[in-house]
Design a binder for this molecule. Structure first.
Ligand code: SAM
Length: 271
């Protein structure tokens, strides 16, 4: 980077992995098929990108920072199966990108995500409609705990319940802050989401299903009945209670106890 006359850009969440072991381990665990297209978000200076290219058929890496492109040209010069695209993952057409490069291969995402924008990136990937086989991301340790939490635990949140709609989540391993340059303030962890081949849940009203999760976690300290009633005044309280009881809970339950499936069933009962 010094050679290229550039420095770290904090606004892009640039904390780069510099040892080899962690990128190797992430690359090893991010996809099952060698013949895969890997979409990497934020290649940085290319430490993880290299390891992905060594293991999988094709890598497409989207990097927002134009200044890093000449650095990547150098660090990735030995590989002919990598395409680096200078763009913003929040703006690029992910569907078009994947169709252009996948050639029928399974597609997985692998990224050491910029921490300022972890959840929006995850949601954009999941809502893109692309049939990813898996999404493996390094995130802050506490975010990893949230993503992989079980219903009723302190870490369980709206994002956990929403993720359950798309697939299953595993926390793979922790990575200490010292493995990055510059070192972030907190440790990180790698999380893998395996997406369902076919949608596992088909709520009658998906908008309501998502709305219930939002209501439950925005008003975490209220009972679920009161949280739903505040957000959806069109449903009389006794109907809400009837729906809650018919999925096996009582009037005192809080939303944080409900699994993704419970939220789907609750939405269906309300409909
Ligand atoms: N993959 C590298 C590594 O592991 O060393 C870099 C990871 S660094 C935490 C995050 C990277 O994402 C940076 O290179 C940053 O410039 C890039 N980035 C940040 N926001 C982005 C966005 N919206 N779209 C694409 N890349 C982005």
């Amino acid at each position: 980077m010094a050679e290229a006359g550039i420095s770290f850009r904090k606004e892009y969440g640039q904390n780069f992995l510099t040892n080899r072991m962690i990128p190797e381990e992430i690359a090893d665990s991010c996809a099952d098929e060698e013949d895969s297209l890997i979409l990497e978000i934020g290649p940085g200076i290319g430490c993880l990108t290299k390891e992905l290219a060594a293991r999988y058929k094709r890598v497409v890496a989207v990097e927002i920072d134009k200044g890093l492109i000449p650095v990547l040209d150098k660090t990735l010069a030995e590989f002919d199966n990598i395409t680096v695209i200078n763009d913003d993952i929040m703006k690029i057409d992910i569907n078009a990108l994947v169709s252009e490069y996948s050639e029928g291969m399974p597609v997985s995402v692998c990224a050491n995500l910029p921490y300022y924008i972890t959840t929006p990136i995850l949601m954009r990937l999941l809502e893109s409609g692309v049939k990813f086989a898996s999404i493996t991301v390094m995130v802050q340790n506490e975010v990893a705990a949230r993503l992989a939490a079980t219903p009723g635990s302190a870490d369980y949140g709206a994002i956990t319940a929403v993720l359950g709609f798309y697939g299953t989540v595993r926390r793979l391993f922790k990575v200490s802050a010292g493995c990055f340059v510059p070192a972030p303030k907190v440790d990180s962890a790698v999380v893998r989401i395996d997406l369902y081949d076919e949608p596992r849940y088909k709520p009658d009203d998906e908008h309501l299903f998502r709305g219930l999760i939002k209501a439950a976690f925005e008003m975490r300290r209220k009972t679920l009945q009161n949280a739903i009633s505040a957000k959806f005044p069109q449903y009389p309280k006794e109907k809400i209670l009837f729906a809650i009881r018919s999925i096996g809970y009582d009037e005192r339950v809080r939303g944080e106890k409900l699994s993704t499936e419970d939220f789907v069933n609750l939405a269906n009962k309300l409909v």
